[in-house]
Design a protein around this ligand. Structure first.
Ligand SMILES: Cc1cc2nc3c(=O)[nH]c(=O)nc-3n(C[C@H](O)[C@H](O)[C@H](O)COP(=O)(O)OP(=O)(O)OC[C@H]3O[C@@H](n4cnc5c(N)ncnc54)[C@H](O)[C@@H]3O)c2cc1C
Length: 362
């Protein structure tokens, strides 16, 4: 490997940190720089806990990275000059790269529903979660995907006097096995969450939400968890992206349009088992970040990287601090019959969240 190959990693979430740590240990002689708009690593998978009023730990990125001889630049990347191989920063400075790893994650998405941007809260980023201060009256959580379920349970458990409503056009956890769905419903009901699995929200207003059937539900706050989008930096910079702005990658996570750019985590389109795209998850961000680093190192050594081998194992949902669901999965993400529930599941989920944060930081 030639000396001082410059690798810039954009994003210090699960994927970016996993990539940078792996590069630091394997890409000897390379200069590695991580760029993030925040100066702390936040366990994003705990943001529903933060929104419900719990304190969550954060880690100083400069300390974390410089201890591994990785440079850290706190700045927002505003453009990638793919011709000049430079990342432009909001500080009006630029970083040159030979190889770029794009791992900018995801943000909240309003799904085009009127009023979401103006009147709804989100728990997608630490700033969003911080902005939400649970009010005394009713709280409507829109979306019964993993984030909506976890948030509704956490709010109901932390604030038993609040009225929490979970609105979605589907049964909470509809993609999981019947046993997992039944347990989720049982726990949510025990916590006092009002589940409305027939509710399509058409508008969010200053004092509530309007449903497709014309019903108006008044509430003190609405939290939108029904969708995630990605930053538009890749699209604006001319990288090949899908309709949502995620970087299109080949089987080695290399951009299909720019061979010196790799992408991992939520902001990349990555083929998974059975040809299904990997879903946005910490569980996919960590291994794809690591793998992208391995692919970069292999090519720096003049070899062709082995293909990404990924299979799903389980999906974990917390249902407050004392209950949860661990759904065992087939390789392609479809639910198997085995489900773990109750306190054991809550404990397993907590261990996994701690483990994921540990892997990212190490
Ligand atoms: C409340 C909640 C609970 C969740 N629970 C789970 C769970 O239990 N299990 C699971 O697998 N997944 C879970 N997820 C999803 C998981 O958090 C994400 O899939 C994961 O964080 C993606 O990792 P990433 O590294 O791709 O992106 P991120 O973790 O989002 O990191 C991206 C980084 O890029 C930085 N960044 C973005 N734009 C710029 C820019 N222009 N310039 C500089 N820096 C920038 C951000 O500051 C951030 O640090 C949850 C998500 C939420 C919101």
């Amino acid at each position: 490997m030639t000396g001082q190959h410059r690798i810039v990693v954009l994003g210090a979430g699960y994927a970016g940190l996993a990539a940078a740590g792996r590069l630091a240990s394997k890409a000897r002689g390379a200069e590695i720089t991580v760029v993030d708009a925040r100066d702390h690593f936040v366990e994003r998978v705990r943001l529903h806990q933060q929104a419900a009023g719990q304190r969550i730990s954060t880690w100083d990125l400069r300390e974390l990275l410089e201890s591994k001889k990785i440079h850290f630049v706190r700045a927002r990347a505003t453009e990638i000059d793919t011709e000049g191989k430079r990342v432009l920063l909001h500080t009006a400075t630029a970083l040159d790269y030979d190889t770029l790893v794009y791992a900018l994650g995801s943000i909240a998405e309003s799904n085009g529903v009127p009023g979401v941007a103006e009147h709804a809260y989100s728990v997608s980023t630490p700033e969003d979660a911080d902005r939400f201060k649970a009010p005394a009256g009713a709280i409507v959580v829109v979306g019964a995907g993993a984030t909506g379920i976890e948030l509704a349970a956490e709010l109901a458990e932390q604030q038993p006097d609040s009225r929490v409503l979970l609105l979605s056009p589907e049964e909470p956890g509809a993609w999981l096995s019947a046993r997992a769905q039944a347990h989720i419903r049982r726990v949510l009901e025990r916590l006092g969450v009002e589940i409305r699995p027939d509710a399509k929200v058409l508008e969010v207003t200053v004092d509530g939400v309007r449903l497709a059937d014309g019903t108006l539900i008044e509430c003190a706050a609405t939290v939108w968890t029904a969708g995630f989008a990605v930053p538009d930096l890749a699209a604006r910079s001319g990288l090949s992206v899908d309709g949502t702005g995620r970087v299109l990658t080949d089987s080695s996570l290399r951009s299909i349009s720019h061979p010196d750019v790799y992408a991992a985590g939520d902001s990349a389109v990555i083929a998974g088992p059975g040809g299904r795209e990997l879903r946005m998850a910490c569980a996919t961000a960590l291994p794809t970040g690591k793998y992208a680093a391995d692919a970069v190192v292999a090519r720096l050594r003049g070899a062709e990287p082995e293909e990404l081998r990924f299979r799903y194992i389980f999906q974990c949902l917390s249902l407050g601090r004392r209950d949860g669901v661990i759904q065992v999965l087939h390789a392609d993400d479809s639910p198997a019959r085995t489900v773990l529930t109750g306190r054991t599941a809550a404990w397993v989920k907590e261990l996994i969240v701690r483990g994921a944060g540990w892997v990212a930081r190490r």
